[in-house]
Design a binder for this molecule. Structure first.
Ligand SMILES: [Zn+2]
Length: 319
């Protein structure tokens, strides 16, 4: 943790240069005694004196987590933002890694947590009218597939579609992965944008709402899809077993479908229980998306656009 209470009850930050090591510092969450520590790898920080259950601060905070919080804090302060580091929110029983202005919480998430916990913490913020942006550390970066947990970190705007935020500790960069789409085999496709953490973070976080340029990219459709599915079914892939079952119930067989029938192979990411961070109804956009491709001639090349593009095209067609 980077914040503690000094004997006068004032909050002090370990990032300040002139702190007295011998002072009697306390945890702002549980009021337990904490010590100022400074190591070779870790930036200066506070740690509970005795290992105890503090419901606010975990004791095994990584160097990555500490230093990312510190870098983000300094950057926000340098750009004139009103920001609190490790703000205790007693009404929620939790701590925001950073809290900007009156209603934006930034969470630097470096370790895996359960989807249940993520949903609880997100809902707690939403219920009191706070926005929360989860910024993901290395262990949670998006690779070629979306894990269940990563689906719950996805945001959605009409300008850049599904997206998520990543923090790169070593390069001191923030990365946006956007226009995220997923093919029927679970592979993800996206565009990436990177900013140094010294730039104005609030401007960067507004990008998903303000992006003006319509960006696109192309993906190639797999050929002989039914052969690929046949292999998946022989390997007892549960996803395809389930889909084949659903198809049977409709009197269909996936193995007798043509490549045209599977077009477009790249689609909106799916979530059975709904996306935790997304409050906008995405199914309307998903329908427009599917309509757009189904009305086009089949091609092995598929061009992906932002959701707003599909909405405009389809609505214009109807006028
Ligand atoms: Zn504590």
């Amino acid at each position: 943790m980077l914040i503690a209470k000094n004997p006068e009850g004032k909050l002090v930050s370990a990032l300040e240069t002139e702190l007295n090591r011998e002072e009697n510092y306390r945890c702002p969450g549980c009021q337990g005694r904490v010590l100022l520590r400074q190591g070779q790898v870790m930036c200066p920080h506070f740690a509970h004196k005795s290992l105890q259950d503090c419901q606010f601060f975990s004791e095994n905070e990584s160097a990555q987590h500490l230093s990312l919080k510190a870098v983000l804090y300094k950057s926000l302060v340098n750009h004139g933002e009103r920001v609190c580091i490790e703000k205790v929110l007693p009404e929620l029983g939790q701590i925001a890694d950073l809290f900007v202005g009156d209603s934006l919480a930034l969470e630097v998430q470096c370790s895996r947590l359960s989807q249940k916990r993520l949903r609880e913490r997100t809902r707690a913020y939403q219920q009191v009218g706070y926005e929360v942006r989860w910024l993901l550390g290395e262990d949670l970066w998006l690779g070629q597939r979306l894990t269940g947990l990563q689906r719950d970190f996805l945001y959605f705007t009409v300008k850049i579609g599904f997206h998520l935020w990543e923090l790169d500790w070593k390069r001191e960069e923030i990365r946006l992965k956007y226009l995220i789409y997923e093919d029927i085999f679970g592979r993800v496709y996206y565009l990436t944008k990177t900013w140094p953490l010294t730039e104005n973070l609030m401007t960067i976080l507004r990008f998903p709402y303000q992006a003006e340029r319509v960006e696109t990219y192309q993906v190639t459709q797999r050929k002989k899809v039914s052969h690929v599915i046949q292999r998946e079914l022989m390997g007892k892939n549960p996803r395809w077993m389930r889909r084949q079952e659903t198809a049977y119930l409709k009197g269909m067989n996936l193995l007798s479908l043509s490549d045209q029938d599977f077009f477009p192979q790249v689609r909106f990411p799916e979530s059975k229980q709904g996306f935790a961070q997304i409050r906008l109804a995405v199914d309307g956009f998903e329908k427009l998306f599917m309509q757009y491709y189904r009305k086009r001639h089949f091609s092995y090349q598929q061009t992906l656009y932002p959701p707003t593009f599909y909405a405009k095209i389809i609505i214009n067609r109807h006028n």
